[in-house]
Design a binder for this molecule. Structure first.
Ligand code: SF4
Length: 269
């Protein structure tokens, strides 16, 4: 596992932006919308193969070790042909507050799929965060806590990439209902791919069972969506999949998928 501690508060340790990066104007939203529609009738694997061929080493995949991420990691592990040599870097945001069960799943996936995970860290120890911003920041300023421990480190890590892959799906929440397969990530200034956007929760779990893939043990204890220990609870029957995240404080996204207009995806998709 590679560990990357991004500089605090905002300076990137990932070096200069890749000089070969595609100019943003070539990936205008309208062009990406057209491309995304073409892939709607194709498999997630087709999009992953296209992305690997298009972006090569400048492609990264984020995972929070949720069920969608497990499916995507298996699809990447199964890549063959020319794409085998251009598999995306798979990384996760280490907030220092992840569940032990999540770390166990990471280790099982590493063993089962041979993944070399890159750990992206804020560089800000929890003790120092408490000194600077007060104890239990997640309780009184969860948006700032997410900004420091997730959003800023992600932005710094992606500064050296041209495209990233996420596991978000339209059926996860109302905020994600318009998520396209391909979009321009205005917040992080690169192409964003959501290969499983159109998949349902049932499809995800069918895939996991069919391939006998490991998953987070907490899913069997009423936790359909799992983040940091301090901000995740089990959900009741009939509740939204993400209802257990930041429950009771009106926050439903950590911020890594939020665009400058405050939405996960534009409604023109
Ligand atoms: S999910 Fe909670 S603990 Fe984790 S970074 Fe966000 S506010 Fe902090």
């Amino acid at each position: 596992m590679t560990h990357i501690a991004t500089a605090f508060p905002t300076t990137s340790t990932m070096g200069q932006a890749n000089p070969a990066a595609i100019a943003p104007q070539r990936w205008a939203p309208a062009n990406l919308t057209h491309l995304a529609r073409r892939f709607e009738k194709q498999s997630p694997q087709a999009l992953l193969n296209w992305a690997a061929a298009t972006f090569g080493q400048d492609l990264a995949m984020a995972t929070g070790f949720g069920p969608s991420g497990v499916v995507l990691m298996h699809m990447v592990a199964e890549m063959n042909g020319a794409q085998r040599r251009a598999k995306p870097t798979i990384f996760y945001l280490q907030t220092d507050l992840l569940f032990p069960e999540t770390m166990t799943l990471r280790d099982r996936l590493r063993e089962r799929l041979g993944i070399h995970f890159v750990e992206v860290h804020s560089g800000l120890p929890l003790a120092e965060q408490a000194l600077r911003y007060g104890a239990e920041l997640w309780k009184h300023s969860p948006n700032l806590c997410c900004q420091l421990r997730k959003v800023n480190p992600l932005r710094d890590f992606l500064a050296a990439k041209r495209a990233w892959i996420t596991g978000i799906r339209r059926d996860q929440s109302s905020t994600r209902a318009n998520a396209p397969l391909i979009m321009w990530d205005e917040a992080n200034q690169l192409v964003k791919l959501n290969p499983l956007a159109g998949w349902s929760s049932d499809q995800i779990w069918t895939y996991i069972y069919q391939h006998n893939l490991p998953y987070n043990a907490l899913h069997d204890q009423g936790y359909p969506s799992i983040g940091c220990t301090m901000c995740t609870r089990a959900v009741q029957p009939g509740e939204d999949e993400r209802a257990g995240r930041w429950a009771g404080i009106g926050k439903i996204e950590c911020g890594i998928h939020i665009q400058p207009d405050g939405k996960v995806a534009r409604t023109w998709q």
